[in-house]
Ligand binder design. Structure first.
Ligand SMILES: [Zn+2]
Length: 337
């Protein structure tokens, strides 16, 4: 029954799928490698020789996979940059294309793009209905009832992150994608963490119902070591914000306090950003963030408003999240709530 339904969906989808830019087979490749499953890896970049393509295949295997892997036909690496994307997946031909290979010369540099594009393959294989303009169980469980279906008239006009296929592919990257360890002493650690493009949707790493739905549909188990909870604030006192964090080693948090003149938190009203970095190691699950540590000395007696953002990165997996944590007003250096 499921298979029959999936086939019906695909027939219904065909006009939609075929209207995408067709991937034209380009025989001018510089190197090739064929995996044991028959997936062809083709390089159109001098930086990616056969050995590199073999390594890219090993990298692909680091993404959790099942029987859908053998249905992937091709992975192409192009040297040049694409104006709008790092990579793409074509559902009709089941081909992944990666761009910017001349500059991104290692499998690590391609890791997240490959995971995301493979996420599209995963989504089209097990849940092809996700692109249809209908209400689906996935949309409800994802908290993405307003997500767009695969339509083309405004895909690139700032709406990219609100399309169901893009949300789905990023969810795959976060739940099943290849991970990397990060160094907590690296000052760029928050820039290197893996995060979904859409930071407004609920955190998929703590959405157990959705994870169960994906596990049921694909047979692929979500490793619970990946779960990363969004910190919540529990108390706002006059001089500090108290926050609940996970009691697990290897998580690094950065709290950014953006101070604004007045209530309107606009670019022109912005005055200062102060940050506090906290490691989960040795904490009892509750941290107090004193405002004075993020205010400039001349901001004593600050009047205005504050927006607190949190970034969290799991150093073990490199997976992270970024969220607005709290907004409140201050008078004479103290929170007024
Ligand atoms: Zn995508």
């Amino acid at each position: 029954m499921r298979k029959w339904l999936a086939s019906l969906w695909l027939i219904l989808l065909l006009p939609l799928i075929l209207s995408l830019n067709p991937v034209v087979y380009d025989a001018g490749y510089l190197a090739q490698y064929q995996s044991p499953e028959g997936i062809r890896f083709l390089s159109y970049s001098r930086a990616w020789d056969e050995k590199q393509l073999r390594a890219l295949y090993q990298e692909l295997l680091r993404n959790k996979h099942g029987k859908e892997l053998a249905a992937l036909r091709e992975v192409q690496v192009y040297g040049e940059e694409h104006a709008r994307m790092n990579g793409e997946y074509h559902p009709a031909t089941r081909v992944i294309t990666l761009y910017n290979g001349d500059r991104k010369r290692t499998t690590a540099a391609m890791r997240n793009t490959l995971s995301h594009e493979y996420g599209h393959h995963f989504a089209f294989y097990y849940f092809p209905q996700h692109v249809l303009p209908i209400q689906t169980e996935w949309k409800t469980l994802r908290g993405a009832d307003d997500a767009y279906s695969l339509a083309f008239w405004k895909y690139w006009n700032g709406y990219h992150k609100w399309f169901a296929p893009e949300i789905f592919a990023d969810d795959y990257m976060m739940l099943y994608g290849a991970t990397q360890k990060l160094n907590g002493h690296d000052e760029d650690v928050f820039a290197k963490m893996t995060t979904p493009e859409n930071e407004d949707l609920p955190n998929v790493l703590e959405n157990q119902k959705l994870q169960h739905y994906l596990e049921q549909g694909s047979g692929l188990h979500v490793d619970q070591d990946r779960v990363l909870s969004t910190p919540k604030w529990t108390k706002l006192s006059a001089h500090a914000l108290t926050v609940n964090i996970m009691q697990r080693p290897d998580i690094l948090y950065r709290f950014s306090f953006d101070y604004y003149e007045g209530k309107q938190q606009t670019v022109t009203a912005w005055t200062h950003r102060g940050t506090l970095t906290v490691s989960s190691a040795g904490q009892n699950g509750t941290v107090s963030l004193p405002f004075e540590k993020t205010l400039l000395p001349e901001q004593k007696g600050f009047d205005g408003s504050v927006c607190v953002t949190v970034e969290a990165v799991d150093l073990h997996t490199g997976l992270g999240l970024k969220r607005v944590l709290a907004r409140f007003e201050m008078r004479d250096g103290a929170a007024t709530q």
